[in-house]
Structures are given as C-alpha cells and as structure tokens.
Design a protein around this ligand. Sequence first.
Ligand SMILES: [Zn+2]
Length: 74
Amino acid sequence: MIRKVDMYQCVCDGCGKAHVDEFNGYVAWTDETGARTSASEDEWTQIDGKDYCPDCYEFDEKKDEYKPKSEDKQ
Ligand SMILES: [Zn+2]
C-alpha cells in the first residue's frame, strides 16, 4: 500500500525557493534538523531565525556578518 507522510524541507525566506539536495536527489527530510543540516551543507544560512539560500544573503563588510540581500532593496 501507499500512504502519505509528512516531510520537511528548508525554504528560503528571501525568494521562497525550497532547498533540494541535488547530490543525493533528496527534496524532503523526515525531521526539521535533517532538512536544515542538509541545507547548511549547501551553503544555506540562518539569519535572525530565518533561512536564506546562497542567492539571498551576502557578507556585510561594515558589520562583519552575513545579511539578507533583500534589506538593501527596501
Ligand atoms: Zn533565496
């Protein structure tokens, strides 16, 4: 039989893109920790409790820390 299960994936708070582990072919994980760990291995990061893909954050040389790119546009 087939049944539906709840899975987790990390979604970018900047662009809304979901993290996909292209190396292993995974699109979802069985727990939040697994989803976040896999995303961080693909250079995703957390800033102020939000998750960002590599396209949506950058290094702020003035503050010496990473920041979401969207802050500049607003
Ligand atoms: Zn993004």
